[in-house]
Design a binder for this molecule. Structure first.
Ligand code: PMP
Length: 344
C-alpha cells in the first residue's frame, strides 16, 4: 500500500542533519578529541544546501519570490549547485555569476543542474564592472521578477546556520563541544553556528580558518582593511578580498591562515587515511587544527568539532589530480621517490 512506502517526497527533505565522524588518523598526534561534521552528506554535497533552502523559503514566506521567478547569485560553485537544485524542485530559473577560478567540474555541474552560468574573471577587484559581484547585480537589475541571494551580505545566510548547524552540533555533542573550527568565506557557517553555540555556552572557543592572500584574519585583529594582504591563491571558498557583512567577527575568537600547498596535501591525506573523500577546504580546516594545536589551543579534554564543507568529487581536476599538484609545484618539497610512493 502507498502509505507503507518509506520515501522522501523530494531531495530537499534530505538537507541537514549531517553526521559527526570521529577523526582517527589525521589528528592522531594531537591532544584532544576531534570530530568532523561532514557536510558532503547533504544531497547537494555541501553545507550550502542549508542556506539555499532556507533563504529561498524565507523569500517565499515574505512574498518576495513567486512561482516562475528567477534566482540570481554569485558563487564559487557550491552555493550555485544548491540553489540550482532547490530551483529545480521549486520551479524557479537560476542564473549564476561564477569566478573563473572555479573548477571546470563545478561549472559543468551547475549547467547540468539547469543553471545559466556566466564565468567572470577572478583576479579583478570587487568593484570592477567585470567582477562576479557586479555582473550578478547587473543581471538582477536587468531580469524582471528576479531575486538576488547575495550570500556575502545576506543575514539569512547566518540565520540558516544559527537555526540548523548550531543546534545539530549542540545536540550531537550533548553540549560537550569545547571548540569549533570552521572556514570563513561568506562567514555564514562560522558566524551562525558560533552565535548559537556561544548562546548555549560562552566558553566554547570559535576558531576561524583563513587563507594566505585573504584579508579576514588581519581585519579581525585590527578592524582595518589592508589591501596588502590580498593576492591570488588557489583554495576555493575560503577567505575573501572584501569584508562580508555575513561575517560576525565578534563571535570568532581567533583566525589562522593556511597555505594552498599544505591544505592540498592534508586534503589528500584525509582521503587516504580516514576514507573521507572531502573537498580542499576540509584539508584547510585540518591543517589549521594542526597549527592551532601547535599553539597549545587544545588539551586532552577538548572536544573539537571541525566543519568539513563539501565533497571531494568537486576537485578531481585539482587537488586529486597529480598533474595539477605538480603544476602548482606542490610536489617540489617532496623528493621524487616519495611521490612514487603516494599512489593516487
Ligand atoms: N568551503 C567551501 C568549499 C565553500 O564553498 C565555502 C563557501 N564559500 C566555505 C568553505 C565557507 O563557508 P561560508 O561561506 O559559510 O563561510
Amino acid at each position: 500500500m502507498k502509505e507503507e512506502i518509506k520515501a522522501f517526497n523530494n531531495v530537499l527533505e534530505l538537507i541537514g542533519n549531517t553526521p559527526l565522524i570521529k577523526l582517527n588518523k589525521v589528528t592522531e598526534n594531537l591532544e584532544g578529541n576531534f570530530y568532523a561534521k561532514v557536510e558532503a552528506f547533504n544531497p547537494g554535497h555541501s553545507t550550502k544546501d542549508r542556506i539555499a533552502l532556507y533563504i529561498i523559503e524565507e523569500a517565499e514566506k515574505r512574498g518576495i519570490l513567486k512561482p516562475g521567478d528567477t534566482i540570481i547569485e554569485t558563487t564559487s560553485g557550491n552555493t550555485g549547485f544548491s540553489l540550482a537544485m532547490v530551483s529545480i524542485i521549486k520551479g524557479y530559473d537560476c542564473i549564476l555569476a561564477v569566478s573563473s577560478k572555479s573548477s571546470k567540474d563545478k561549472i559543468d555541474m551547475l549547467r547540468t543542474m539547469g543553471a545559466k552560468v556566466y564565468v567572470c574573471p577572478a583576479h579583478v577587484s570587487a568593484d570592477d564592472d567585470r567582477s562576479y559581484y557586479n555582473v550578478a547585480k547587473r543581471l538582477h537589475e536587468e531580469t524582471k521578477g528576479s531575486v538576488y541571494i547575495n550570500q556575502y551580505f545576506n543575514e539569512l545566510n547566518v540565520d540558516a546556520h544559527y537555526k540548523s548547524t548550531g543546534p545539530e552540533i549542540w545536540e550531537q555533542t550533548n553540549g560537550k563541544i569545547t571548540h569549533l573550527v570552521a572556514c570563513s568565506g561568506t562567514g555564514g557557517t562560522i558566524s551562525g553556528t558560533a552565535r548559537f553555540l556561544k548562546e548555549q555556552n560562552p566558553n566554547i572557543r570559535i576558531l576561524g580558518v583563513d587563507a594566505f592572500g585573504s584579508v579576514l584574519k588581519k581585519y579581525h585583529e585590527t578592524k582595518e582593511f589592508d589591501n596588502d594582504e590580498i593576492y591570488p591563491y588557489r583554495i576555493e571558498g575560503l577567505g575573501k578580498n572584501l569584508i562580508p557583512s555575513a561575517t560576525d567577527f565578534d563571535v570568532i575568537d581567533k583566525f589562522m591562515k593556511v597555505t594552498d600547498e599544505e591544505s592540498a596535501h592534508v586534503t589528500r591525506e584525509i582521503a587516504k587515511t580516514e576514507g573521507l573523500f572531502v573537498g580542499y577546504t576540509s584539508g584547510a580546516v585540518v591543517q589549521a587544527i594542526r597549527q592551532y594545536a601547535a599553539e597549545g589551543e587544545f588539551d586532552e579534554n577538548s572536544n573539537v568539532i571541525a566543519i568539513f564543507p563539501d565533497h571531494g568529487s568537486r576537485y578531481m581536476s585539482k587537488v586529486f589530480s597529480d598533474e595539477w599538484m605538480n603544476d602548482q609545484g606542490f610536489f617540489d618539497s617532496i623528493n621524487a621517490e616519495e611521490v612514487q610512493k603516494i599512489e593516487f
